[in-house]
Design a protein around this ligand. Sequence first.
Ligand SMILES: Cc1cc2nc3c(=O)[nH]c(=O)nc-3n(C[C@H](O)[C@H](O)[C@H](O)COP(=O)(O)OP(=O)(O)OC[C@H]3O[C@@H](n4cnc5c(N)ncnc54)[C@H](O)[C@@H]3O)c2cc1C
Length: 535
Amino acid sequence: MNKINIAGAGLAGLSAAISIAEAGFSCNLISLQPSERAQSVLAEGGINAALNTMGEGDTPEEHFQDTMKGGAFLADPNAVEGLAYTAPEIIEKLLAIGTPLQMDGKDVVLRNFGGQKKKRTAYAKSSTGKVIMTALIDEGRKYESSGRITRYPHHQVLEILSEDRICRGLKILDTYTDEVQYLSGPVIIACGGLNGFFPEFTTGTVANTGDLAAELFSEGVEFANLEFIQYHPTTVAIPGKRMLISEAARGEGGRLFIERSGEKWYFMEELYPELGNLMPRDVISREMTRVLARDDCKGPVCLDMTGISKKTWEKKLSDLREEIREYLSIDPAKKPVSVYPGIHFFMGGIRVDEGHKTSMENLFAAGECACQYHGANRLGGNSMLGAIYGGRIAAQSAMKLEHENYEEKPSYHISAEEKQELYVSPKSAAALKGILADSLGIIRTGNDLNKGIERIDNLLKDNNLTAMEKKRILLGKAMILSALAREESRGAHFREDYPETDEAYRKTTVSRMGDGIEIYFRDIPERRESHEIQN
Ligand SMILES: Cc1cc2nc3c(=O)[nH]c(=O)nc-3n(C[C@H](O)[C@H](O)[C@H](O)COP(=O)(O)OP(=O)(O)OC[C@H]3O[C@@H](n4cnc5c(N)ncnc54)[C@H](O)[C@@H]3O)c2cc1C
């Protein structure tokens, strides 16, 4: 029987691999970089679960409701229900494999995170991703030694092998030796978000190039909600990328202000008295853009963390303070830090159903590359959870398949011509980024989006584009077309020409490569009455 192939070894890929190995199946775990270098390691502030250890009466149902509301009701409620109700068990499992989350005796300590009224975010200072990944990598090693997980680190997944719209396996390139290999069997894609489309503008790693997503799009795999890009309000430009100042800083008392008529104006607290600085990220990013444009205000917007107690800095945020001192030469306990919204998360991606099946048979997707759980906007702390839970669900679906035995083709050394077609020049990457950034900003207009499409069509006229450059540009075009098709404002998608939310658009935007790029809308499933949670 063929092994299940997993493309990507961050939280989603590792979670899928461990679920497969625990169930007695075997898998190949393929990744461009080893797990230790996946973006998941960068995750800072925490992971959500309604553990109710802080005496606030929190429940999974409230976690479900907050996630649906945060996502402006675009997520599949049945999938979100599975996520929220399984979260406490996922934390228990992470503890059982030795993840050092912040504890108070036997209880997990929870912190506040945006868009949620109750403390629900488990953490390890500001290095939550690192400690969870370390524990999962170690857990995976147990199964590597027994042969249930076979690692292919430093391997690039080039394409999906398919026949009659059924996925039969993968083609991979050893980036050290240039050997191309074929691996047969079902495939779970866990290749992370589209950060590589936004070099310098994103807090994520551009090692997640987005090339595999572009390849799948060109194969006709459906993508969903590509217009929804999360801008994190508190990022700082450093060479090559944006540094994140975790939402935990605001969760622990950090306050945003701008100078208005010579005085500090804590605008979020005045405009949103209930949640203030902990409003969802899209709302804060938009308000920052608006106050910066006001005549009576003088930028930049600053994050004031000077009121955070010494004990909180030491116990909960010492690594964040260290990072800010190191990169910005500012002690945030003494001086406010200038912050700007930056691209942080992609709510859209490969369209999957509740079982994480894509539109292609035998092909699954999980983690940030997939569109599930977050709707029009993601709540902080929900993506690590979504990656772990989604990886598990995708694995369960893949294990239910009747596995056939496909023959594996012989390997070969990649030719210079084939390699050239995979190349993406810095010039082409920069041109695409410029267009996407101009069109898909925090505040969008039909005019800007149409201009973006015109510019993309001009880029596509270049006869010297490599195959990969062309595929990336086409996926970029689908992002802009999705934003143009959604003539309303919802979650992270704000149209100045359609500022209201329109119930008629409470649908998933689907994009697919047919003869050209097709954009259409799909209904959101209703919540089932009797809840059968998959886990
Ligand atoms: C700075 C920062 C802080 C964050 N903080 C939080 C937080 O506090 N809480 C939270 O919930 N979320 C947080 N997030 C988001 C969260 O980290 C991610 O959404 C999540 O970790 C994504 O996991 P993943 O497994 O989908 O992808 P990743 O961890 O990005 O892994 C992708 C994998 O795919 C591989 N890959 C990519 N392309 C290919 C290819 N062509 N061939 C082979 N392999 C490939 C990569 O090598 C990697 O192994 C944060 C993100 C950032 C950037």
